[in-house]
Design a protein around this ligand. Structure first.
Ligand code: CO
Length: 502
């Protein structure tokens, strides 16, 4: 690059890294809020977070920044990495500029208001308490879709925020496939001899559960010199750089299934963050590809690896050492089966790998209808309950276990849910490929040698940051775009071995 280009690029990097410093500082405050902050801290913490968010937003929507990007984009001698960073930054900039500061402010205020109303409504177990702010939020999200612009469906504009370039046209066939194929599998499972996980409800002491989870995370390759695990009410992953990644967990002494797989899940998110290129700090190539790809990493570890018999052949004897009384009479085979028990239920976050996607499907269909205006928010509870009955055969008895169970809509996160299903499907497709690329992967996993798997994910996924969108990345890794047949194959194989079906 010529001197002029070098100078411009250095100015761009400085500005981006300053904004990243602010955003990561906000992430520290956000992490603290969930992990340590005393209850009375909430008011000023909210203001502190808002101040940091607006400061970063102002920097990244300023005319100065816009001009810098435009100038850089016209430099013919930008290198490959630099060009990709500038291309993605320019896309972000143009998107951010479509929302006026007034709109951003309105959205942020409605988000706090909506969240409080949702918490209140859950306490009172009454959707009508949440309905007014949700109705206002939906109207604002429809406005946002118009501001962003879209080709075919207003929901596309919102999806794009979480999963760049994903559309209704891409998702509809995926969910149609779920509707057509998963009930068949579910039917077979229902008629097979059932699997018991009663022993998960024996007493498992908190400290031992914690210690074992740390053993597993270390074996997965999570770097505790560049991250930590803490307790919080809802498990999550956040990072302040690729060398400081935080995961959180919760424990239930009377339900072993509550903690460990969630640790592995967040560990998968954490490994992705630790694997992002450190020399691209604050730049697009130093950040994750999309939410769907992020979720593919967590589900790859949690489900494809962490719920496999191979994995437990290695780890189960170690777990039994922590819990000789609780697990002494349980074979590794029965433990593996219990970890994969399928049962339709009301709560998304507690669902197994098969029924989970009906929970997402229901939210997807509802969101599309709300955003296109064909569903009146006041009809939501009834619609929700009907769909649960239709797809899962269970009907919520109240709003708390029904339409009020997820926080997402109170935050205005419409378009987020589909990334959960995309994540699982990408994970299954990557897993199939990894088995081909890595000869003897299963034997390695049986020996606890997980570094081979991590190395593959590092090279195929983590190293690229945001350079490719999800579909491009999937094509590079597996030779084709997302194809649900890989997930279908994966679940069929798994449940054959769990339920002894043909
Ligand atoms: Co996740």
């Amino acid at each position: 690059m010529k001197k002029n280009t070098n100078e411009l690029y250095a100015a761009y990097t400085r500005l981006m890294q300053k904004a990243a410093d602010i955003n990561y500082a906000a992430a520290v405050l956000g992490w603290d809020q969930e992990v340590y902050m005393p209850p009375k801290g909430v008011t000023h913490r909210g203001q502190q977070l808002a101040t940091l968010a607006t400061t970063a937003h102002e920097m990244l929507t300023s005319d100065h920044y816009g001009n810098l990007l435009q100038q850089l984009w016209q430099q013919a001698d930008l290198g490959d990495v630099e060009k990709n960073n500038v291309r993605l930054s320019l896309e972000d900039y143009e998107k951010n500029k479509k929302l006026s500061p007034e709109f951003v402010d309105k959205l942020s205020r409605l988000t706090s208001e909506g969240f409080n109303a949702w918490v209140d409504a859950r306490k009172k177990n009454d959707f009508s308490v949440f309905a007014p702010s949700l109705t206002a939020m939906i109207a604002l999200k429809r406005e946002q879709a118009e501001l962003y612009g879209y080709k075919a469906h207003p929901y596309d504009a919102l999806l794009d925020e979480y999963e760049k370039d994903a559309t209704v046209a891409m998702l509809d066939p995926i969910f149609e496939g779920i509707k057509a194929q998963l009930p068949v599998l579910l039917g077979k499972i229902k008629t097979a001899p059932q699997v018991s996980n009663d022993f998960f409800h024996r007493h498992f002491a908190r400290q031992q559960q914690w210690d074992f989870s740390i053993d597993v995370l270390k074996q997965m390759g999570f770097d505790f010199e560049a991250g930590r695990q803490d307790y919080s009410e809802h498990p999550f992953t956040t990072s302040f750089s690729n060398t400081d990644v935080r995961i959180t967990t919760r424990v239930d002494e009377n339900n072993y299934a509550s903690m460990l797989w969630s640790c592995i899940h967040e560990g998968g998110h954490g490994l992705y963050e630790q694997g992002l290129p450190g020399d691209q700090y604050g730049l697009p190539l130093g950040s994750a590809a999309s939410l769907g790809i992020h979720e593919s990493q967590s589900r790859f570890w949690e489900n494809c690896i962490g719920r496999s018999l191979d994995f437990w052949k290695f780890f189960y004897p170690q777990l039994q050492k922590y819990f000789p009384e609780q697990l002494g009479d349980i074979s590794v085979d029965d433990f593996f089966k219990a970890a994969n028990r399928v049962i339709p239920s009301l709560i998304r976050t507690e669902a197994d790998e098969v029924t989970y996607h009906f929970h997402v499907l229901i939210r997807y269909e509802i969101e599309k209808a709300l955003i296109e205006g064909s569903l009146d928010p006041k009809d939501l509870p009834a619609k929700w309950n009907d769909m649960y009955e239709k797809y899962l055969g269970v009907r919520p008895g109240d709003d708390k276990t029904g339409v009020l169970q997820d926080v997402h809509w109170s935050h205005g996160s419409f378009g987020y849910f589909p990334t959960y299903t995309l994540g699982s499907f990408y994970a299954a497709q990557f897993y199939e490929r990894a088995k081909q690329d890595l000869k003897g992967m299963n034997e390695q996993v049986t020996n606890g040698a997980l570094s081979m798997v991590l190395h593959w994910l590092r090279e195929k996924v983590h190293a690229h940051g945001r350079r490719y969108n999800s579909e491009e990345l999937c094509e590079r890794i597996t030779g084709q775009k997302l194809d649900p047949k890989f997930f279908m194959h994966y679940v069929e194989e798994k449940y054959k071995s769990v339920y002894g079906m043909k």
